[in-house]
Design a protein around this ligand. Structure first.
Ligand SMILES: Cc1cc2nc3c(=O)[nH]c(=O)nc-3n(C[C@H](O)[C@H](O)[C@H](O)COP(=O)(O)OP(=O)(O)OC[C@H]3O[C@@H](n4cnc5c(N)ncnc54)[C@H](O)[C@@H]3O)c2cc1C
Ligand SMILES: Cc1cc2nc3c(=O)[nH]c(=O)nc-3n(C[C@H](O)[C@H](O)[C@H](O)COP(=O)(O)O)c2cc1C
Length: 586
């Protein structure tokens, strides 16, 4: 494969960074369609102020907000077009007039998949000036990540550097994005209205403007804010009693919800806090739990409020600051100095300050609201209509001499069945999808709970009669205790539906073996499958596994394809552009 050097040697990059960028840009430009789907407004709408709303989204939040922004903009006399960032490029951007850019951040400060190409293109040199554009950015993120809202901040900086004019300041939204988003939208639409006077055509009332739709099937009215109360059908342990892990298969009923999903999608689950933790917090507050407090759901007794509405995990900066200012107490005694790093949860802060009493209402005002967790769906709706299944690894660990539990994973493992119903909603993954052509081979790398979407893929392909070959890499600690879904996988292997199953049980021998080692051992065959059009999927741990798998894949492409490093990066980027390399990693 021949590649063009986009990045000159004089550019301030290391050889490795230059190779990656050249590979990335080669992959991108060799595959970009000549023309993306047209987004021209209908002729009657041309007199309205054009507004392009770009979104970068992994699990649909930014996409949903982009659509909401379009609806609101339509009402206010704009001709809005919602555009997936993957459907545009730097040259096309230059022809825009008004841009709203709404994007999440993924990985460790990275763009979501559909925003990667545009992000790289705007970052590189040689982009046409964007001085005719007015823009504003809404960045979605989560303050628990170090690189809070990084991707939105990057785009904000790129657009400014390229000469575009900021119509309203960027907003950086934490998990509770509703209010800041609404304020931002109101502000930017007002600002753009004054910059770009509107002539509303009588023939084209704003409400009739068509927004190019991306497929959305999230059921009737159920959402993160309005979850479906799904009956819990099953919670079954998948790892053995002697395993060091506790992984559970969880089944919910979706009957009557109208919720529809595809393999590759993700389920949002609203958890409840552990009653023992709630009791410990109440004890530390010297409260009995009956005290009435204001919550997002109205006034409730403190115990119920802490159980269902507030996050007792990582304390908010406000809570920490309140205790930091406590410093020296009224009785003259001093307390442990407060450092953000030290407090893993709210109880840590309370227990370190036993003499500091806070009125219950003041205390809950300093807490974050409890948030849902996401889980890769492990079922196929064809095989299990009206149900959705998950594979959930319970998070339990000891720190600072206290046993601690992950909120949602242990709620599902220990109490969901007794709770009877759990609030759930769907997130549609835009990239992590089976090939439309069932004859294509697929390679799946899913150690641990990362196997979840691949159970869904295999069930779906079998039920749909897809004839493409299936290759699964699975790994965990020990075969005897951690071979998740072994009872389903081995029969699939023996009857030939699963063409290859390569397992890596790290603790079954003295030297550790991981899925990437199995990939390396099968490097020739794996590359052959890629050359035959295989799709390559990775699911599970983002911090190490997905990085190691990525590096190994690159090595395999380099070795078996006989490419240099740049051409290998380009090969990988090309796979991504064709949606043949997709990751669901967390
Ligand atoms: C798109 C997506 C798909 C996912 N799919 C799945 C899936 O299919 N199956 C699955 O099991 N999970 C999946 N997850 C992860 C899942 O969403 C939750 O993050 C996970 O279950 C933990 O949530 P929790 O509420 O139990 O833990 P939390 O209460 O959120 O606690 C987790 C936190 O505890 C801390 N922690 C954990 N271990 C330690 C330790 N040893 N020492 C110190 N601190 C520690 C860390 O800060 C960690 O962030 C997915 C995540 C995403 C984003
Ligand atoms: C695996 C993962 C990694 C994330 N990394 C970051 C990050 O580095 N910085 C940040 O601010 N938010 C991060 N987030 C939070 C998302 O940006 C946030 O949830 C956003 O609302 C998701 O929007 P989307 O559904 O449109 O993709 C991460 C979320 C997940 C699930």
């Amino acid at each position: 494969m021949s590649t063009l050097p986009f990045i000159p040697e004089s550019a301030p990059f290391t050889p490795e960074q230059r190779a990656w960028l050249n590979g990335f840009l080669n992959g991108m430009f060799s595959r970009l369609p000549a023309a993306s789907p047209t987004t021209n407004p209908a002729p009657a709408a041309r007199q309205l102020a054009p507004l392009t709303i770009l979104f970068g989204s992994q699990t649909g939040t930014a996409e949903a907000l982009a659509k909401r922004a379009a609806k609101e903009a339509g009402k206010r006399g704009f001709a809005p077009t919602v555009l997936d960032m993957a459907q545009t490029n730097a040259t096309k951007l230059a022809a825009e007039k008004n841009i709203l850019l709404i994007t999440s951040t993924y990985g460790e400060g990275e763009p979501p998949d559909n925003a990667k190409a545009l992000h790289a293109a705007l970052k590189a040199n040689g982009v046409p000036p964007l001085s005719n554009i007015y823009f504003s950015v809404c960045a979605l993120g989560d303050r628990n990540y170090n690189q809070f809202c990084r991707c939105g901040q990057d785009f904000d900086g790129f657009l400014e550097k390229l000469g575009a004019k900021r119509a309203a300041p960027r907003v950086d939204c934490d998990v509770e994005y509703e209010e800041p988003f609404n304020q931002w939208l109101d502000g930017v639409l007002k600002a753009l209205g004054s910059e770009a006077p509107v002539t509303v055509s009588p023939e084209a009332p704003a409400s009739k403007i068509e927004i190019p739709a991306t497929k959305s099937k999230s059921g009737k009215g159920f959402s993160k804010q309005n979850p479906f109360p799904a009956p819990v059908l099953t919670v079954r342990r998948l790892s053995s009693a002697d395993s060091q892990k506790d992984v559970n298969h969880v089944e919910f009923s979706l009957e009557g919800s109208n919720l529809e999903y595809e393999p590759g999608d993700v389920l949002g689950v609203w958890p409840q806090n552990c009653p023992e933790l709630v009791s410990a917090v109440l004890a530390a507050l010297h409260c009995d739990g009956e005290e009435a407090v204001a919550t997002p759901a109205g006034e409730l007794p403190l115990r119920a409020a802490l159980h269902k509405h507030y996050d007792l995990g990582k304390p908010s900066p406000d809570l920490v600051a309140t205790f930091a200012t406590a410093g020296v107490l009224a009785n003259g005694s001093s307390e442990t100095p407060v450092s953000d790093e030290k407090w893993l949860d709210v109880l840590d802060v309370l227990q370190a300050h036993p003499n500091r009493a806070l009125p219950p209402n003041e205390f809950v005002r300093l807490l974050r609201n409890l948030q849902p967790r996401l889980y890769s769906i492990a079922s196929s709706p064809i095989v299990h209509p009206d149900q959705v299944h998950l594979t959930v690894g319970a998070v339990r660990y000891e720190a600072q001499e206290r046993r601690r539990k992950g909120v949602c994973s242990t709620f599902l493992a220990e109490r969901a069945l007794a709770a009877g119903q759990v609030g759930v909603y769907l997130c549609h993954n835009r990239v992590f999808k089976l090939p439309a052509d069932g004859a294509r081979p697929i390679i799946m790398v899913g150690p641990g709970a990362g196997i979840a979407p691949f159970r869904a893929f295999l069930h779906e392909r079998r039920a749909a009669g897809a004839i493409g070959r299936n290759w699964l890499f699975f790994g965990d600690q020990r075969a005897a205790h951690d071979f998740l879904y072994r009872d389903e996988l081995e029969p699939m292997l023996s009857d030939g539906f699963l063409h290859r199953l390569d397992t890596a049980f790290s603790r079954d021998q003295t030297n550790k073996i991981y899925v990437q080692d199995r990939m390396r051992e099968n490097s020739r065959q794996l590359f052959r499958w890629l050359e035959q059009g295989a799709y390559f999927y990775v699911c599970g741990d983002a911090s190490r596994m997905a990085k190691d798998v990525n590096t190994t894949l690159l090595e395999i492409i380099q070795k078996e394809g006989g490419f240099d490093l740049e051409a290998s990066y380009a090969y990988l980027e090309q796979l991504k552009m064709e949606k043949r390399y997709a990751r669901d990693v967390y």
